[in-house]
Write a protein that binds this ligand. Structure first.
Ligand code: THG
Length: 270
């Protein structure tokens, strides 16, 4: 699994405050601790409150890279904010994200190419997120076709079928699972499949249990990457165990430790 740490997001009050007050330590601690916990990428989102998002993302990227040259996932709906971050990235970055809208693809695919970045493609367009499995799969196909046209390797494409909170869109959780399975069949080799896992449990009780259960179900369907909270050790252990049970790793009594050691030695995969 490719793990993208979700914690550097202005949605969290501590991060939003750190951005406002230019408190480097809060951000650098979050970066180092997420990597230590097993994240291979760090999602970087200035959040809704940032007064100047260009300046905020530049400060975040510079501040994080003072702690190490980590792979960053630049999370913004504004291409100009993403590009401001891309210009500063030292390790291969990820663009988070494009939608299936042609106008968006025609801006973000050239950016991915110019900066040799991976790209997350959300299965949505100007009308929103489709509620059916086939709607999501169709949009994934549009993103895939454009990626090929721009001659960007499919190994750099991450399709995100967009999981919604189970307390407001309960029927969507199973549709997303089905969409993951179908999107894996769209090309050979297939694109990566990614979720912003914590969305599923926003404002629910038993958040950790819902996240942990859903990630295992999604991995069974072919999920191979997720934006999640790497500080949730039970969640990370569930991810590692799901991959073991799908025969992606060799069993040994100390497989949890062995996986963590191997991840550290190998660094980023895919
Ligand atoms: N797909 C892609 N990118 C994404 C998402 C996605 N980026 C953002 C988001 N979704 C993934 N990241 C988070 C980060 C935090 C939370 C959920 C998803 C979260 N935050 C707490 C909350 O809302 O309850 C904040 C609590 C606090 O303030 O402390 O749950 O789907 N490509």
């Amino acid at each position: 699994m490719i793990i993208i740490g979700e914690r550097i997001n202005g949605m969290f009050k501590a991060v939003s405050r750190a951005i406002k007050e230019k408190d480097k330590k809060v951000i650098q601690d979050l970066a180092l601790k997420q990597i230590e916990a097993g994240a291979q990428f760090l999602d970087v989102n200035v959040g809704p409150a940032a007064a100047n998002s260009m300046e905020a993302i530049e400060w975040l990227v510079k501040t994080i890279q003072e702690a190490g040259n980590f792979h960053l996932s630049l999370d913004s709906t504004k291409p100009e904010v993403i590009e401001a971050g891309l210009k500063l990235c030292k390790a291969k970055p990820m663009i988070n994200s494009t939608t299936a809208q042609k106008e968006k693809l025609d801006i973000l695919l050239p950016l991915a190419k110019k900066y040799n970045a991976s790209l997350i493609g959300l299965t949505m367009n100007e009308k929103g997120v489709p509620s059916t499995v086939s709607g999501r799969t169709e949009m994934a196909l549009q993103i895939l076709a454009h990626t090929m046209e721009y001659e960007i390797p499919i190994s750099d494409l991450y399709i995100d079928p967009l999981i919604l909170p189970v307390n407001v869109a309960q029927d969507q959780a199973s549709n997303v699972l089905e969409a993951i399975r179908e999107c894996k069949l769209l090309s050979d080799p297939p694109p990566h499949l990614l979720l912003g896992l914590s969305n599923v449990s926003q404002k629910t009780l038993y958040r950790e249990l819902i996240n942990r259960t859903y990630v295992v179900m999604a991995i069974t369907m072919g999920l191979d990457s997720a934006i999640l909270d790497p500080f949730d050790k039970d969640l990370m252990d569930a991810v590692i165990t799901a991959e073991l049970l799908l025969n992606k790793d060799i069993y040994c009594d100390s497989y949890l430790d062995a996986y963590r050691r191997k991840e550290k030695a190998v660094g980023v995969k895919g």
